[in-house]
Ligand binder design. Structure first.
Ligand code: PEP
Ligand code: MG
Length: 580
């Protein structure tokens, strides 16, 4: 028996036989060419890129027929990488100046991209190199005549292990035969991981060397909850994993049955439980888990991993597919929250000494009004076909909201002038993520239709704790008295002005905090799909009155440790069990 550990990328436990898929690099030899061959090599490169484009278009059509439109986003990303002029111009330049063959030059271009991506702090963006690699490997294979094998039809039920497994691969697997996925590279925020979660397929990623060390057919257990892969398990380990799997599936099964139940407390108080999403693929999963639409659509994913900003039509298409995935429920679209550590490739952004306090989110959007209006028009156009809310991130004061709203007004006028339909009454809200916004909440509430508290950032800025610094993670405390006082103030300000108070930070998805958030009076909580049912279960066992008393009780304590102890002592046994 052997144990490998990796990253728990998609929850669930699977046991079965291993099937290794070799998606390794095409074999490339670099050699010198003479000056007469330069044009020929450049032409070969162009031809291989074109062949790859056709191949992807064919794959896209085939997948659209078999899987529908919803998962095509990834292939479109690959087509966009391929369409980037720089790929061909930079590689041709290497062919010309280095006098080397096209394959060697393309490999060097890939190397440059790898170096550039490796220097990116944001893990989501950094992992986007895997899309570039997949595309370039395809081109290389086309140049060498080594076609990418379609995935072999899996015999019986298997667990697939691959060095890398592209999103396109993911979409080709036969869901009835594949029980889980293991990859050697990639992480939780890779597209493949996002898709695995959207498809409810357990996955462990970043398991180094697994495809070299193991042979096809070996018995294997994949634990997507703990990130462990067990090879050739002994009888006892097998039984323990089996019980763990059964328990997990039983809880999931029981929870899924509750998906259609309303999110109401025992005393009949309704709270909207909504989902946080990044890509349209996640929309269906929100509804399957009983979510009431989307409370936070992080649009920045659409702007990343590319060299130019998406145009209005492309944005409309993506927002529309998200809207269709969650119809007829509300879709809350947050305008671009980039900048800081989330740099966009297509923009010239000066590097900042303190990016978390830099040109981020709404500040960035306001600094490029044409791009901002393009996004606003795209959102508004989609609003014609279903309930859409528009949300501005990182608002620090009244001027920012007013400027954002003025640009929204201009975008509306432009649509009116061109005779384009939109919902003129689409709700407009702000995220409360900066302490100044908490202090000004009463004034801000007069300007907008709803608040949504982004606790991930609000905690970061209130406590001056970098949210991505593991060394400070013990100080990142949602129950810190300063945070709780801020939350109370925001809800009071919202209700004072007659607008709803929502919360869409990670705090919303932790069942332990539910009684406090409910008791403070939040009207809506938005979280990852996987958390909705657990939170709903606790909600349905509480009364608003009791939650309000628990929340009030929290304010008697002066440290987060005390608040946490108090909170745990207040939660009744059956509620505590479901939290475990
Ligand atoms: C937040 O800050 O809580 C939030 C939801 O936004 P993001 O995590 O995207 O910064
Ligand atoms: Mg935020």
């Amino acid at each position: 028996m052997r144990l490998f550990s990796g990253i728990a990328a998609s929850p669930g436990i699977a046991m079965g036989r291993l099937c290794i898929i070799d998606r390794r690099r095409a074999v490339v030899t670099e050699y010198q060419i003479n000056s007469e061959s330069v044009n020929h090599e450049v032409a070969r490169l162009a031809q291989a890129i074109e062949d790859t484009r056709i191949e992807l278009e064919v794959l896209k059509t085939r997948l659209a027929e078999t899987n529908g439109e919803t998962h095509l986003f990834f292939i479109e990303t690959h087509l966009m990488i391929l369409a980037d002029e720089r790929l061909i111009t930079e590689t041709s330049e290497i062919i010309r100046t280095g006098m080397i063959n096209a394959e060697g030059a393309l490999r060097r271009t890939l190397h440059r991209y790898r170096e550039a991506f490796a220097g990116i702090d944001d893990p989501y963006l950094r992992e986007r190199i895997s899309d570039v690699e997949t595309v370039i490997e395809r081109v290389l294979r086309n140049m060498s005549g080594e076609a990418i094998e379609p995935l072999p039809e899996q015999e019986g039920q298997v667990i697939i292990a691959a060095h890398d497994f592209s999103p396109a691969d993911m979409l080709q697997i036969n869901r009835n035969n594949v029980l889980a996925i293991i990859t050697e590279i990639g992480g939780r925020t890779s597209h493949t991981a996002i898709l695995a979660r959207a498809l409810d397929l357990p996955a462990v990623m970043g398991v180094e060397g697994i495809t070299d060390l193991l042979l096809d057919g070996v018995a294997i257990i994949v634990d997507g909850l703990s990130g462990v892969v067990i090879v050739d398990p002994d009888q006892e380990t097998f039984q323990t994993s089996l019980r763990r799997k059964q328990h997990y599936e039983y809880v999931e099964y029981e929870l899924l049955k509750t998906a259609p139940l309303p999110a109401v407390t025992l005393d009949g108080h309704q709270v909207y439980l909504r989902g946080n999403v990044e890509i349209p693929e996640e929309g269906a999963s929100i509804l399957n888990h009983g979510g009431d639409g989307v409370g936070l659509y992080r649009t920045e994913m659409l702007f990343m991993n590319r060299l130019c900003m998406p145009d209005e039509e492309e944005q409309v298409a993506i927002y529309r597919s998200m809207q269709e995935a969650v119809a007829p429920h509300t879709l809350t679209i947050r305008t671009l929250d980039a900048g800081g550590d989330k740099l966009l490739d297509g923009m010239d952004q000066a590097s900042e000494i303190n990016p978390a306090l830099g040109v981020r989110a709404i500040r960035l959007s306001l600094s490029m009004p044409d791009e901002f209006k393009k996004q606003l028009r795209a959102i508004l156009r989609v609003s014609a076909d279903g309930p859409i809310r528009i949300m501005f991130p990182m608002i620090s004061g009244i001027e920012e909201v007013r400027r954002a709203k003025a640009l929204l007004q201009e975008a509306k006028q432009e649509l009116v002038d061109s005779g384009t339909r939109f919902d003129s009454a689409a709700k407009v809200g702000v995220m409360i993520e900066i302490p100044a916004a908490v202090t000004l909440a009463d004034l801000l509430a007069r300007e907008v239709d709803f608040f949504s508290v982004g606790t991930n950032d609000l905690i970061q800025y209130t406590l001056a704790i970098d949210r991505s610094n593991e060394q400070l993670s013990h100080m990142y405390q949602p129950l810190h008295p300063a945070v709780l006082r801020s939350l109370r103030r925001v809800v009071q300000a919202a209700h004072g002005a007659g607008i709803p108070a929502c919360l869409c930070g990670e705090m919303a998805g932790d069942p332990l905090y539910l009684p406090v958030l409910l008791g403070l009076g939040f009207d809506e909580l938005s979280m990852g799909a996987g958390s909705i049912l657990r939170v709903k279960q606790i909600l349905r066992r509480c009364t608003l009155e009791r939650a309000a008393a628990i929340a009030e009780g929290c304010f008697a304590f002066s440290t987060s440790a005390e608040v946490e102890m108090y909170l745990k002592s207040q939660i009744t046994l059956d509620v505590a069990e479901s939290i475990d």
